[in-house]
Design a protein around this ligand. Structure first.
Ligand code: ADP
Ligand code: MG
Length: 597
């Protein structure tokens, strides 16, 4: 075949294919033009998934009558004049291709009236050729109707997906832009039915409600204005700003479709940034589930290259990894802030109790829990919702209500299950824990009672009937001798006959325990300490008596409550006698055991 130049029309049709792939790309280009025109109202009406018609109406600045034909020429734009402008694009469009491309492959009718003119202009184009032009009365703004898309490109037509698929893509697109431009009122109809509407109130939350419904929208966490100064020669020293919303760990989806990224008001698809969001949820979501993230990044336009692809959904950053880590930190910080009591930063400092650690702790380097760098420390977030804590009614364990976030030394853990009704398996950020339920429970009880006792303020439960306990002669003498010390830990009793005592009150945390057993445990402790009474020993004795035992099966809620309380302990590593509360297997250890590394 001879070499010859393509006809203008053929060249336009080929070029059109890059910009206009499908109906949703037409919607995208027209809506972007409306936004660039400063519209505050944008109505999108679609028929048959856009194959039959797509109409976008706006109340923006309009197009002057004498420029209207020009707008449909290839490379005709009002948004760019010099190559320098390309370095600082502030509009969504700039390539001057969309209207030319759309009109090359469809039948277009445009009615537009520009600001400050009396009459509007109506232009009809077919395959890019103007077939009709007239002056008409019209409100200020622009209405563009695109009919019979790809009517002259049968190859394209064949590859169009179903109307339902196109509808979904159009919905997605319009709702995403409504989020990025909450001050604009959007309305979307399919075959005459309104499927989405935003109020234009300027509040992103209102748009979130319109998209996700009030239940999910209410739970979303707002990313506090997050800035990161960029250092390095190439940067303009302007910060990257990140705002937006993220879902709490309890809200998750089957795919990444709910992670939406905007860079300087432009919806972009960037796998790296998407991954940054997913990373921030590390260990917080069940495997195979993805978070909801709505991320708005603002950075100096000269630091982003948006001219990567005709569809302008890809961007390149001049600042290398900075955008990635800024997004990751912003999201993580938001999640951490939502779960202040579950931070593990204190863990990084570790209160490894010096030489007293049992041997097995040698392998237990606090760093191991948080990965290589201390920077990971803020990774541990709440897996469990506070509200998920069981109430007394569903069989709550006698557990202390511990105060706030004073010293959290364990990472946040997710309960996996119970083994042999004795051990609890949990997952932490960097590995798994096998927890001795009895030891863990004793530790949690001990810290509570110990703290109350140290403040001379043990909360007691008075027994309405009292319980009589008869002891041996020497035991009775011992108990009478130390009555005051014993009362200070909350076990109150009085003489009730020969070698017999009546228990009147017990520590609140031991309220459900058998008072007789409690008293006997105290006496046994007094006997063993051979007269040198250490109240810490008495506290331990009480805790041993009332704690869980091996062989007691627990509900998930009970396990969660127990683990939550252990997480809050200042010294969670051992029980009050120094026996380990858990065995830890890091991801790396597991990998080694299985011969993966
Ligand atoms: P680009 O958006 O890249 O400039 P387009 O082909 O999409 O290219 O549009 C060409 C020009 O037509 C725009 O630069 C703008 O001046 C004008 N235009 C298009 N749509 C509208 C609209 N809805 N309101 C006002 N002007 C518009
Ligand atoms: Mg455009």
């Amino acid at each position: 075949m001879k070499i010859q130049q393509l006809s203008d029309q053929l060249a336009s049709q080929i070029a059109a294919g890059e910009v206009v792939e499908r109906p949703s790309s037409v919607v995208k280009e027209l809506v972007e033009n409306a936004i660039d025109a400063g519209a505050t109202n944008i109505n999108v009406d679609v028929r048959q998934g856009g194959r039959e018609s797509i109409q976008v109406a706006d109340n923006g600045q309009g197009i002057a009558a004498e420029e209207i034909e020009t707008a449909f020429l290839r490379h005709a734009t009002s948004k760019l004049t010099t190559i320098e402008d390309l370095n600082a694009i502030r509009t969504l469009g700039f390539r001057g291709e969309a209207l030319a491309a759309i009109s090359a492959v469809s039948q277009v009718t445009i009615v537009s009236r520009s600001e400050g003119t009396d009459a509007g202009t109506r232009l009809v184009l077919e395959g890019g050729e103007v077939v009709n032009r007239e002056a008409v009365g019209a409100p200020q703004g622009t209405v563009i109707a695109v009919e019979n898309l790809f009517y002259n490109v049968p190859a394209r037509l064949k590859f169009l997906k179903t109307a339902a698929t196109e509808k979904r893509l159009i919905d997605e697109f319009v709702t995403r832009y409504a989020l990025a431009y909450p001050q604009i009122r959007f309305r979307l109809t399919h075959n005459g039915r309104i499927t989405f509407q935003s109020s234009g109130s300027g509040q992103v939350r209102d748009v979130l409600v319109a998209i996700y419904g009030p239940e999910i929208a209410r739970q979303l966490l707002e990313i506090g204005d997050w800035r990161m100064e960029i250092e390095g020669e190439q940067s303009s020293h302007s910060p990257i700003e990140v705002t937006g919303f993220v879902g709490p760990p309890g809200v998750h989806f089957a795919n990444r479709g709910q992670i939406t990224l905007f860079v300087n008001g432009r919806w972009v698809k960037d796998t790296q940034l998407t991954y940054a969001v997913i990373q921030a949820y590390h260990t917080l979501l069940p495997s195979g589930r993805y978070p909801l993230g709505l991320i708005f990044m603002q950075l100096p336009p000269e630091d982003v290259d948006v001219n990567v692809h005709p569809t302008k959904t890809e961007v390149r950053f001049r600042q290398g990894k900075a955008p990635f880590s800024t997004v990751q930190r912003a999201v993580r910080q938001t999640l951490v802030a939502d779960a202040p009591t579950r931070q593990m930063s204190a863990w990084a400092l570790g209160s490894n109790n010096g030489g007293e650690s049992p041997g097995w702790m040698g392998a237990l380097n606090p760093e191991a829990f948080i990965g290589a760098s201390g920077e990971q420390a803020d990774l541990a977030l709440s897996w469990l919702d506070e509200s998920a804590a069981p109430s007394e009614a569903d069989g709550a364990l006698p557990l202390p209500q511990m105060e706030g976030d004073s010293g959290s030394h364990l990472p946040i853990m997710r309960v996996v299950g119970q083994v042999g009704a004795s051990y609890i398996i949990t997952e932490g950020p960097e590995g798994m824990f096998l927890i001795d339920q009895q030891a863990a429970h004793q530790r949690a009880l001990f810290e509570q009672l110990q703290a109350e006792w140290a403040a001379d303020n043990v909360t007691v439960q008075t027994l309405s009937t009292g319980t009589a306990v008869t002891l041996s002669e020497p035991q009775a003498q011992l108990l009478a001798q130390f009555q005051e010390s014993v009362a200070r830990i909350g076990v109150q009793f009085e003489a009730f006959g020969p070698n017999t005592f009546m228990v009147r009150a017990v520590p609140k945390i031991a309220a459900s325990a058998d008072p007789a057993r409690l008293l006997i445990a105290v006496v046994t402790e007094l006997e063993q300490s051979k007269g040198v009474v250490e109240e810490a020993g008495l506290v331990t004795a009480v805790c041993q008596t009332i704690s869980l035992r091996p062989g007691q099966s627990l509900t998930l809620a009970q396990m969660e409550q127990l683990i939550h309380n252990l997480e809050k302990c200042t010294d969670p590593f051992t029980d009050p006698q120094g026996k380990p509360t858990f065995i830890y297997l890091s991801v790396a250890q597991l990998a080694r055991e299985f011969g993966r590394i």
